[in-house]
Structures are given as structure tokens and as C-alpha cells.
Design a protein around this ligand. Structure first.
Ligand SMILES: Nc1ncnc2c1ncn2[C@@H]1O[C@H](COP(=O)(O)OP(=O)(O)O)[C@@H](O)[C@H]1O
Ligand SMILES: [Mg+2]
Length: 186
């Protein structure tokens, strides 16, 4: 049986960096938003026959900064107004010009079939940006992400570790590595 589900296979690329304070998290989110904006505005970068969208799963303990990262990403993409954590609603949806952005939080899932019933799978196949916090709680039925972001407490800051599980995720990691890494300095 193939086991290409969720995040159990080997990543195609990986990188990690230290984020001493939230400003560094903000810079990293902004860098990724630049890379993805470019990807979504250049259809030639998309390979026919593969999923068009971006699936990014965020891992880390409570308070590690998953929601903070997504919030800064959405702001950098041009989302205006309040950005709520989807902890209670499971899904918050945003739209910037013609691009949909979905922010899921499966923390409160107890029944792994629940998300199937809720019809969330459709969002995952769209030409959209999809963030999922606590993807593990949705069980093994979720597709592999393009990128996984692990946020780990380290002294007063966080270590961010990216893993790529698709060719396009690998491209985005390569682009991140070639950018100036965030330091949190203005
Ligand atoms: N790089 C960082 N260094 C220190 N604190 C951070 C950093 N990034 C985010 N934080 C803080 O950590 C907390 C993260 O909360 P939140 O984003 O809700 O976590 P999660 O969604 O992972 O449960 C916020 O108080 C935020 O200000
Ligand atoms: Mg959260």
C-alpha cells in the first residue's frame, strides 16, 4: 500500500531558521507571501496536470506561532480588516482580487471523519492558498502538503523549519533560502 499520505514520507527539501521575536516571523511570512504571489500571478510556473494551489500545513505546540505566521502572511497578501483565529470556526476564508485563501484550524477535531462530512476536501483541490493548523487531527485522509512549517519554541524565540513534499514546495524553499533570512531587525 502506498503511504504518501499526510507528512509521513521524506521531504524533498528542508530548511530551518531562528526567529528571535515576532518581527522575524512577520518577515518570514512576508517573504513567503512574495514568493507565492509571484507563483499565483505566473501561470507558466504551474505544471499542467498537477494541483494548482498551495497547501501549507503548520505544526507546533499551542502558542508556537502558527496563527501569527498565517496572520502576517494574509496581511502581506493584502487582506484588510480583522483576521481571526479559526480555532472555533474551523475555517476562515479570504479573497484578494481573484485569489482565495483558506485558513483551517483542526485543533478541535475529535472525529477525523468530520472534515470529510463538512466538505472541506473541495477547498484542497482549488487553485487557492490553503493553510492548515493541526492537520494531523484530520487523520490520514488529507493530501500531502506542498510545504510543512514546524514552529518550535527556542529560548524566547522560535525555530522555523520548512519541509517540502512537492516539486513546487521545493522551488519555494529554494527561493526562501536565496532571500536574506529574517533577523527581526527593522
Ligand atoms: N518568533 C517569535 N518569537 C517570540 N514570540 C513569537 C514569535 N512569533 C510569534 N510569537 C508570539 O507567540 C504567540 C503565538 O501565538 P499563536 O500564533 O496564537 O500560536 P499558535 O497558533 O501556534 O497556537 C503570540 O503571542 C506571538 O506574539
Ligand atoms: Mg493557532
Amino acid at each position: 500500500m502506498s503511504d504518501a499520505k499526510n507528512t509521513r514520507s521524506q521531504p524533498l527539501a528542508t530548511t530551518s531558521l531562528f526567529l528571535p521575536q515576532e518581527a522575524a516571523t512577520e518577515q518570514l511570512a512576508k517573504a513567503l507571501s512574495d514568493i507565492l504571489s509571484h507563483y499565483f500571478s505566473n501561470s507558466y510556473e504551474k505544471t499542467p496536470g498537477t494541483d494548482a494551489g498551495a497547501k501549507i500545513y503548520l505544526k507546533g505546540d499551542l502558542g508556537a506561532g502558527k496563527t501569527t505566521f498565517v496572520r502576517h502572511f494574509l496581511r502581506a497578501m493584502g487582506v484588510k480588516g480583522r483576521i481571526k483565529s479559526p480555532t472555533y470556526t474551523l475555517l476562515e476564508t479570504y479573497k484578494v482580487s481573484s485569489l482565495y485563501l483558506y485558513h483551517f484550524d483542526f485543533y478541535r477535531f475529535t472525529d477525523t471523519e468530520e472534515w470529510h462530512e463538512a466538505g472541506f476536501r473541495e477547498n484542497l483541490g482549488e487553485d487557492a492558498i490553503v493553510f492548515i493548523e493541526w492537520a494531523d487531527k484530520a487523520g490520514p485522509g488529507l493530501p500531502m502538503p506542498d510545504l510543512e512549517l514546524n514552529l518550535i519554541y527556542e529560548s524566547a524565540g522560535r525555530t522555523a523549519q520548512f519541509n517540502a513534499f512537492s516539486e513546487k514546495g521545493k522551488t519555494w524553499i529554494t527561493k526562501l533560502i536565496h532571500r536574506k533570512m529574517p533577523t527581526g531587525e527593522p
